[in-house]
Design a protein around this ligand. Structure first.
Ligand code: BG6
Length: 487
């Protein structure tokens, strides 16, 4: 289904996200015919640029990131426009009125407008207010939607304040809080795997599952984003949003139907069931780490403290591992081990469901573990591991695997996360966007962890290219388990 005619206004149009993700996503949607011919993009930022200069910049980005060329590229770029606005000055937003009138008229959009806030978070509360000062939030002529990038708040208090501020000018049905993990095909596949297969459903609970591992590992360090990252850390950058959303997909109850309300009701419910962690629990169940300078093969890899924009005495965590629990009927007693970090041994995001052993050992040798590995990226797919008899004498068991790879689905063209989410927002489908109650539930759970860290929670060093601090191995070993080391 195509998106309705609309005008997309990108605030922060000169920023990295616009070049690297948003414009490429829109270009790809255009190429595959998912955007109506009557779409337009109005880039907004402080820098003075003409339409032509903005188009040139976007054209270069598309050539670099998407290898775009030819008529398709030229036609796409002819839909791009630009307006310089001092985004913190409400009076300056008056400049948007004639520009939007002209675009709505030219592209017959009926006034439908999608605002995308790809700006520093300090403007997330300011822009809605400035738009409202000129009536640009009202739905009298066409819908008005606003996409807000993460981080949605800095902690529980600021997240609530931000919500109050945005809700003064936009209703909840107009607000789309983007978490790009929810746009990933394989994260959505978790729901299809769970809720469309009678095979897994009966096993998906405390009776058959021993524990669950969720890993979001990255090989790269903080790159050019040291300034932003230092105020954020792994907890706010990956855990509070992306990984808790993945956890919710693994643990939520089935919604009665898939629509924005019933899906998000279940997500919020399960997130509110996360067992609150006291400082005492955190001592045994949390490990924080920071990557140190490391000689890796022939290369010296910089430590976090040497990264541009990072203060030399920073104790921001670039790694965290946590053991948590969900206090509800389905998951009582099942630990969830969640870890994420930069400069780890591999780039991989996966969920591993470890099933319980058989009740009685029939064979002398212990059988291999039964696990289901859900690979979110890269090599998206699913692998089921179990034991079978090793050919020959005796009854020795050997681990075998049944694998499915997304790449084997011939002709399947996967939309990237930003393509999927932008399209959904244009269609008015908020199912894969975080609702305010879920965001609060995540902050409620994370706040005591932030407080623990602020009150002196230790941050351990780890080597680049490793699987994190050795203390994380001890965390899971307390219960006789080991982290999987995916390759
Ligand atoms: C972003 C974080 O939200 O997600 C980055 O700010 C992180 O630090 C990125 O690298 C990971 O996303 P992906 O899609 O590459 O796993």
């Amino acid at each position: 289904m195509k998106a309705e005619n609309n005008c997309i206004v990108i605030f922060g149009a000169s920023g990295d996200l616009t070049h690297r993700k948003l414009i490429p996503a829109l270009y790809n949607l255009y190429k595959i015919g998912r955007l109506s011919e009557n779409f337009s993009v109005l880039g907004v930022a402080r820098t003075e640029l003409s339409n032509e200069e903005f188009r040139e910049k976007m054209r270069s980005a598309l050539i670099e990131h998407e290898k775009a060329d030819g008529d398709e590229l030229n036609n796409f770029c002819s839909h791009l426009y630009y307006q310089a606005v001092n985004t913190s000055d409400a009076a300056d937003y008056v400049k948007l009125i004639p520009r939007l009138d002209e675009l709505h008229d030219k592209y017959k959009t009926c006034g439908n407008t999608l605002y995308y806030l790809s700006t520093p978070p300090s403007l997330y509360g300011v822009i809605p207010e400035c738009l409202a000062a000129h009536g640009l939030n009202t739905e009298e002529f066409g819908w008005k939607r606003i996409i807000v990038e993460k981080p949605f708040g800095y902690d529980m208090k600021t997240a609530k304040e931000l919500d109050v501020q945005i809700h003064r000018f936009f209703d909840e049905h107009q607000i789309y809080r983007i978490d790009h993990y929810l746009g990933k095909e394989t994260v959505q596949n978790l729901l299809v795997l769970r809720f469309s297969n009678g095979l897994f459903e009966p096993l998906w609970n405390r009776n058959y599952i021993d524990y669950i591992e969720i890993t979001g590992a990255e090989e790269l360090g903080v790159e050019q984003r040291g300034g932003y990252y230092d105020g954020s850390g792994a907890m706010r950058d990956m855990f509070q949003n992306h990984l808790l959303q993945v956890l919710a997909m693994v643990a939520m109850e089935p919604p009665a139907i898939i629509n924005a309300d019933s899906m998000r009701d279940e997500v919020a419910k399960v997130l509110y069931c996360l067992h609150p962690l006291e400082p005492n629990d955190l001592q045994h169940n949390l490990v924080l780490g920071q990557y140190a300078a490391t000689q890796l093969n022939d290369e010296r890899v910089k430590g976090y403290l040497e990264e541009k924009g990072v203060p030399p005495d920073s104790n921001t965590e670039t790694y965290m591992a946590l053991r948590c629990k969900i206090d509800n009927w389905r998951w009582a007693g099942v630990p969830f081990y969640v870890r994420t970090g930069k400069r780890l041994a591999a780039r991989v995001t996966e969920v591993v469901i470890h099933f319980k052993k058989t009740p009685h050992p029939v064979f002398s040798q212990e059988a291999p573990e039964n696990k289901l590995i859900l690979r979110i990226q890269p090599d998206e797919g699913i692998s089921m591991r179990f034991g079978l008899k090793k050919p020959g004498a005796g009854f020795e068991a050997k681990e075998v695997s049944m694998d499915f790879r997304y790449s084997d689905l011939n002709g399947a063209s996967l939309l990237t996360a930003y393509e999927r989410l932008l399209l959904d927002a244009m269609k008015g489908d908020a199912t894969l966007f975080a609702r305010t109650d879920a965001v609060h539930a995540c902050w409620k759970f994370v706040q005591p962890i932030l407080d623990y860290k602020a009150n002196g929670g230790r941050v351990y060093e780890y080597e680049a290219g490793s699987w994190g601090p050795v203390e994380a191995d001890k965390l899971i070993a307390q219960h006789g388990r080991v982290w999987r080391k995916p390759s």
